[in-house]
Design a protein around this ligand. Structure first.
Ligand code: CO
Length: 621
C-alpha cells in the first residue's frame, strides 16, 4: 500500500501514459514531458484522508506545436482534467535533446561547417541542443527552438567536452525537426587534446584504506519512503522536474511530533554565463524548468558515491514515450560523523564533556550534460537542517583563437577558456513551524555612535521587524547588518513567551550581474532577491513559472509577490536564492573538484534549551 506522497511506481506511470493516450485526444506525434505524482496536500504529519493516487501529466504534441497537461486518477484509470496551455513550450527531455543532435548532424550545412574546420567524422562530434531562451528573434518566436553548442570528443573518449568547436551554433526547430539556420561566427582552431580525465600510470600510492563501520547498523529506520532518525521524521519524495523532494519534516520533542516543513525542494535554477560575444550569449541553463533534474538523477554506487551504511531509495522516472525508466539507487541516505556537537571543559576540575555530532545525509546527484550537481540535505541532532549543493563535472569550455586573451573567462587549458558564470538555485520551503499558520520576520543588528547609553561605543542594537506582506518580504542579504530571517508561529510560544521559530541562516551567496532588462533576467526574476515569502498557492511551485522554456518572462516569484498577500499568521512558503558565483580555475580542468555552496535552517526559540543535551558522550577510545 503506497503512502499518498510516495513517488509513482512503474505500474502507475504505465497507467498514466495509457489513460492519457486513450482519453486526451493527443495524436501519435505527442510525447510525455512529465508523468509524476500529483501531490495531495494532506494535513501535515497525519495520515491523509483516503483518496485515489493521481498523476500529473504534461505532453507536447509535435503536429500542433501544443503543450497540454492534466491529471489522471490512477485507481479509476480516468483522465480527470486535460488542458491546452497556450503560448508555452514544454521542457526538453533527454530523448528530444538527442533527437535534436541527430537532426543537426544530418544537415548538409552543418556538415559543411564542420568540414571547413577540418572535422570530417561526425561520430566524433557532440552536439547539444540547449534550450534557446527568448531573445526576441522573429523567426524563433512561437516555434520550438534549440540553440546548439558543439564539441569534438577527446581521443581517450572520456571527455565529450574535451575540444570545443567555437563559434558554431546550429539552430534547430524541434517541432518541424529541421535546422532553421547555422550561426557560424567564424572558424577557430580546435584546441589540442588535453582533456583526458583519468591519469593512467601515476595514481598516488600512499593512500591507506578508510573504512566506515556501523557494527549495529544505522540509527535510522525506514518504512517505504518514510524515515525516522534521531527524533527527526522525514518523507522522501521524488518529482520528475525537481528530483529529490522532502515532505513532512518534523521533530519529536519530548514525545510530541512538531512539524517544521511540509515540503522542501530545489525548485528552479539558472546558470547565466558572462560572455557577451557571438553564440555565447545564448548560454544559460534553467536545468530544472527547461530540462528537468528528476530524469537526470544518477544511479549511485556504494563505496564510490556513498560511503558507510547506506540506504538507497529507488525511484521511477520515464522516457518521452511514457515508458517507465527505473533509476535504482537514485537517492542515498546514510549517517556521517560530523565532528563535535558540543563540549565544555571545567577550568577548575579539568573535567571535560565532549559529545560527537552525527548527521543524516539524504542526497541525489544529477548529471546534466557537462555539469554534475549533488543535492545534499543534512539533518543534525541539534535541530539544524543543512542544504548544500556540490558542483562538479566539467566546466563549460570554449576554444580560443591562437594568442587570444579571454576577457570574460580564464584560460583553463591550452586553447581553452571557461567563462565566468553563476549557478543560481531557488529553494522552495512550504513552511509549517508548529503548524500551518506562520509569520515572517527579519532580524538585523546595528551599532551606534558613542554617547549617552553607549559610553564606550560597543552597543549592538537588535532590530527584529515583521515582514507582513509578500512585497515587504522580498529581501537581499546584507553583510553590514548581519541580516537573517525567521519563520515563526505566533500562536505557539516557548517558555520565554516568544513565538517558536526557525531561522534561515544564509551561507555562500552573491547577487546577479545580469542587467534586469536582459532577456534571461526577465525570465528569472527570482534571482534578484535572496529571500522571498509568499502565501501558499497550489499552482505557485516553480519560481520561474511552470514553463520557462522560451518564455518571455512575466511569470514566477517576482510577479506573484505583486499581489502582496499578507504573511501574518498565514500559510507561508519561503524561497531562498543561493547564487554560486563561479570563475573557473585551471584546477577545474579537465574535471572540477567539488565546489560547495550551502545554507542552514536553525531552530531559534523552537526549543527551550539545547535539544541535544541528551546525546550520550562517546566512550574514550
Ligand atoms: Co560553475
Amino acid at each position: 500500500m503506497n503512502h499518498a506522497l510516495d513517488p509513482l511506481t512503474a505500474t502507475e506511470i504505465d497507467i498514466a501514459a495509457r489513460v492519457t493516450r486513450e482519453h486526451s485526444g493527443i495524436d501519435d506525434t505527442a510525447w510525455f514531458e512529465t508523468i509524476t505524482l500529483d501531490e495531495p496536500r494532506q494535513t501535515i504529519l497525519r495520515t491523509p484522508a483516503p483518496s485515489n493516487r493521481c498523476a500529473y501529466v504534461c505532453c507536447y504534441e509535435r503536429s500542433s506545436n501544443r503543450t497540454l497537461r492534466g491529471v489522471v486518477d490512477l485507481t479509476a484509470e480516468a483522465l480527470l482534467q486535460w488542458d491546452h496551455i497556450e503560448g508555452v513550450q514544454a521542457r526538453i527531455p533527454s530523448d528530444e535533446f538527442a533527437d535534436g543532435a541527430r537532426i543537426i548532424k544530418d544537415d548538409p550545412r552543418f556538415q559543411a561547417a564542420c568540414a571547413e574546420r577540418g572535422i570530417d567524422d561526425l561520430d566524433t562530434v557532440l552536439v547539444e541542443t540547449w534550450a534557446a531562451g527568448n531573445f526576441g528573434i522573429p523567426e524563433e518566436d512561437g516555434e520550438r527552438i534549440a540553440y546548439c553548442h558543439c564539441w569534438v570528443i577527446n581521443d581517450a573518449g572520456d571527455n565529450r567536452y574535451g575540444r570545443p568547436i567555437a563559434n558554431l551554433h546550429p539552430v534547430v526547430d524541434l517541432c518541424r525537426r529541421e535546422v532553421i539556420r547555422i550561426d557560424d561566427f567564424g572558424a577557430v582552431d580546435l584546441p589540442p587534446d588535453t582533456a583526458a580525465i583519468r591519469p593512467v600510470d601515476n595514481l598516488r600510492q600512499d593512500i591507506k584504506p578508510l573504512e566506515i563501520t556501523q557494527p549495529e547498523g544505522p540509527s535510522f529506520t525506514v518504512d517505504g519512503y518514510g524515515v525516522h532518525w534521531q527524533k527527526w521524521q522525514i518523507r522522501v519524495g521524488f518529482n520528475q522536474r525537481e528530483g529529490l523532494v522532502l515532505h513532512d519534516i518534523g521533530y519529536d520533542d519530548k514525545g510530541c511530533l512538531r512539524p517544521i516543513m511540509r515540503r522542501a525542494s530545489m525548485a528552479e535554477m539558472v546558470v547565466p554565463y558572462g560572455d557577451p560575444g557571438a553564440g555565447n550569449v545564448r548560454r544559460n541553463a534553467f536545468d530544472t524548468g527547461e530540462y528537468g533534474v528528476g530524469a537526470a538523477l544518477d544511479s549511485l554506487k556504494l563505496g564510490c558515491d556513498c560511503l558507510g551504511h547506506i540506504h538507497y531509495f529507488d525511484i521511477c522516472s520515464h522516457d518521452w514515450t511514457g515508458a517507465p525508466k527505473a533509476i535504482e539507487n537514485a537517492i542515498c541516505m546514510h549517517e556521517e560523523d560530523y565532528g563535535l556537537l558540543w563540549k565544555h571543559t571545567d577550568a577548575q576540575s579539568g573535567k571535560a564533556r565532549a559529545v560527537r555530532s552525527r548527521r543524516l545525509v539524504i542526497s541525489t546527484i544529477a548529471t546534466i550534460g557537462n555539469y554534475v550537481y549533488g543535492f545534499f540535505w543534512y539533518f543534525y541532532q541539534d535541530g539544524n537542517i543543512g542544504v548544500e549543493v556540490k558542483a562538479t563535472g566539467i566546466p563549460f569550455p570554449t576554444a580560443l583563437q591562437p594568442g587570444e586573451t579571454p576577457e570574460h573567462g580564464t584560460i583553463i587549458a591550452p586553447g581553452i577558456t571557461s567563462h565566468v558564470h553563476q549557478h543560481v538555485f531557488s529553494y522552495r520551503f512550504d513552511m509549517a513551524v508548529d503548524g500551518d499558520e506562520n509569520s515572517v520576520a527579519e532580524v538585523e543588528f546595528a551599532g551606534a555612535p558613542m554617547g549617552d547609553g553607549n559610553p564606550y561605543g560597543n552597543l549592538i542594537k537588535i532590530v527584529e521587524r515583521p515582514l507582513t506582506s509578500e512585497a515587504a518580504a522580498a529581501r537581499e542579504m546584507n553583510l553590514a547588518t548581519a541580516r537573517y530571517w525567521k519563520v515563526q508561529n505566533p500562536s505557539t510560544l516557548n517558555k520565554f513567551g516568544q513565538p517558536t521559530a526557525y531561522k534561515l541562516a544564509p551561507g555562500i551567496n552573491a547577487l546577479p550581474f545580469l542587467d534586469p532588462q536582459a532577456p534571461v533576467a526577465k525570465r528569472a526574476g527570482f534571482m534578484y532577491k535572496h529571500f522571498w515569502a509568499t502565501q501558499f498557492d497550489r499552482d505557485q511551485l516553480y519560481p520561474a513559472g511552470w514553463y520557462p522554456n522560451q518564455s518571455k518572462g512575466g511569470d514566477g516569484l517576482s510577479e506573484w509577490v505583486q499581489a502582496d498577500r499578507p504573511l501574518e499568521n498565514e500559510d507561508v512558503v519561503v524561497w531562498y536564492t543561493m547564487n554560486l558565483h563561479h570563475l573557473p580555475r585551471p584546477e577545474d580542468w579537465p574535471v572540477q573538484p567539488v565546489v560547495y555552496a550551502d545554507f542552514h535552517w536553525m531552530p531559534d526559540g523552537f526549543f527551550d534549551e539545547n535539544p541535544a543535551l541528551d546525546v550520550p558522550p562517546n566512550k574514550p577510545a
